[in-house]
Each structure stands twice: as C-alpha cells, then as structure tokens.
Design a binder for this molecule. Structure first.
Ligand code: GDP
Length: 298
C-alpha cells in the first residue's frame, strides 16, 4: 500500500546523505519534499501540516546540529514522528474485568466488518479466549449467513436471529447475544452491526441504540484504507455519531496510496488496534505503529 510513499521518502532522505552540516535551507527543502510526498499519498492536509511543522522544528534544533551524522538524525526524527502520527505505542484491546467483554464493530457496508469479525474471532481464540459472534447486521441480505460462514471457518459459534422471524431487531439480537454468551460462558462477544454504503442517519441511530444496549468495552470502527480521503470523512462522522474507541484498518493489501491509514488516528484521536491485509482469515494482525513506520521508511 505504501510503496510510492516509501520510495519517495527514501529518495528524499537519501538526498541528505553525505552532507555534513545541515543548514535551515536544507531542512526547509527536505520538509517541502516530504510534504509533497505525503500529500500525493493522500494524507489529510491538517495531518501533513502538523507532521511537517514538528519535523522542521526538531530538525532545526540542537539534536540535529550536535549530531555526528545530521542526515541520520533527520531520518530518525521523521521515523519517530511517523510513529507518533500512527499512534505511538501499540494499543492493546480493552477487556472487561468481569467477562464477557463486549466488542462492537461499526463501519460502512463493504468496509470489511464481517470478514474482520471472523478474523478477530479466530485471533482471539488463538489467544485462549472463547469468543461468540453476534449477527446484528440485519440490513444487508446474506450478512447473517456470511457471518455464519466466517464463524465456521474460524471455529467460533455465531448467535443469529431465528430464521422466519421477519427482519428482526438488531438491538434485541445484540442483547440476547450477550445473554447467550453469559449462559454459555463465552468470555468475549463480538457484535457485527449493519453499515450502509454511505453515512446515513438511520444507520447511525441503530449503531447508537446498539451501543447503549450492550455497553461495549470497545467500539471498533472498521475502515477501508483504500477509499482515500473519504475514509477520514467517514471516520469523523462515526466519531461524532456512535463514537468509537479504536480503529481497524482493512485492505492494507490494496495498491491505494495509503493516506487514509496515515490520517485516521490523528484526525479522530483514536488509536488503530488492528490491520487487515487480505481476504483470508489469517490476513490480519495487531497494528504496531513502529513497525508500520519502519515499513514506510523502507
Ligand atoms: P462488510 O459489509 O463491512 O461486512 O464487509 P465484508 O466483510 O463483507 O467485506 C467486503 C469485501 O471486502 C469482501 O469481498 C471481502 O472479501 C473484502 N475484504 C475484507 N477485508 C479485506 C482485506 O483486508 N483485503 C482485501 N483485499 N479484501 C478484503
């Protein structure tokens, strides 16, 4: 996903090599090139501005002037600021003291929520948990069946509304799912909720109602990293609507420019917890800001 950005940044920073001292003009020129690379990668403008300001401020300070190798020091600064933009420390999942923990998944239709539900369930199971998936996406035809399929692949049971009961009420299904988890001693409940193709009031109200009913330990906003700047707008709408405690980036395997991935943490103030990078259940990992920064800087 970040190949172009990665190539551009590597080239810019390599341009500094061999220079002994760095003048303010050298730093300004480098900062300008980094700015262009980030904007071309579709990183949101306020994020780019903040990033460049910090890099410039630090690069003009004593840590670079006094360094034995100023160019290397600038690379270090860019790396550290990238880690910061991506959230700093790896953020672990918040779990309840008294199980079951409830994790609600929210996001637009097609973002990869249902797939992610299966991936997360499988990963949690691998960590020794006993998750239950709850099919509260009653909007999209086949969403329940799709969750049952990923649940089966992940080896994790799925609580779904009984067939033949009409569309059903997602709030009631979510509540009953939690009762089921308590009765069957599942320690984590993953609630898959309905999205729409775009942000819409009815969807947001439903998500808000489900959140109020299940009082989740985490609300994870699932976002397709391929949709560029739109991802940032959607994230802001979900933050101001249902609210969320963490982000999951999906489709990092795509060849989009990756700016969304680099912007969402800074724009929403919420950490990225997991990343999805493919359609298979295994294509999933905990998100580590430092590893992602290293990947981008090559
Ligand atoms: P939902 O509507 O949010 O539940 O989205 P789905 O889970 O149904 O995913 C929508 C489409 O994206 C499906 O075709 C998935 O196979 C695909 N998908 C989900 N996650 C990823 C990913 O990380 N990478 C790729 N390439 N495709 C994904």
């Amino acid at each position: 996903m970040f190949s172009t950005l990665s190539d551009r940044l590597t080239t810019v920073l390599q341009g500094l090599r061999g220079k002994g001292r760095l003048s303010d003009a050298d730093i300004d020129a480098t900062a300008r090139e980094i700015r262009v690379a980030l904007l071309e990668a579709d990183v949101a403008l306020p994020v780019v501005r903040g990033f460049i300001a910090k890099v410039k401020e630090r690069a003009k300070g004593s840590e670079v002037h006094q360094a034995l190798n100023p160019a290397q020091q600038v690379v270090k600064i860019v790396n550290e600021e990238l880690v910061n933009v991506l959230g700093g420390e790896t953020r672990r999942l918040n779990l309840a003291k008294n199980p079951p923990s409830v994790i609600m998944l929210a996001g637009l239709q097609g973002a990869g929520k249902t797939t992610l539900a299966g991936k997360l369930a499988k990963w949690l199971k691998g960590q020794g948990h006993t998750p239950l998936l709850v099919a509260a996406d009653l909007q999209r035809p086949n969403a329940v069946t799709q969750l049952q399929v990923v649940g089966e692949r992940a080896g994790v049971p799925v609580f779904a509304p009984e067939p033949g009961n009409g569309v059903g009420d997602p709030v009631s299904v979510s509540r009953r799912g939690i009762e089921e988890a308590k009765a069957k001693q599942h320690d984590i409940v993953l609630v898959d909720t309905a999205g729409r193709l775009g942000v819409d009031e009815e969807m947001m109200k439903q998500a808000i109602d489900i959140r109020a009913a299940v009082n989740p330990d985490e609300v994870l906003f699932v976002v397709d990293a391929m949709v560029g700047q739109d991802a940032v707008n959607t994230a802001t709408a979900f933050r101001d609507g249902v609210g969320f405690t963490g982000v999951v980036l999906t489709k990092l395997d795509g060849d989009a420019r990756g700016g969304a991935a680099l912007s969402v943490r800074e724009v929403t103030g919420q950490p990225i917890l997991f990343a999805s990078n493919g359609e298979k259940l295994e294509d999933f990992d905990v998100f580590h800001p430092d590893r992602m920064a290293s990947r981008i800087l090559g």
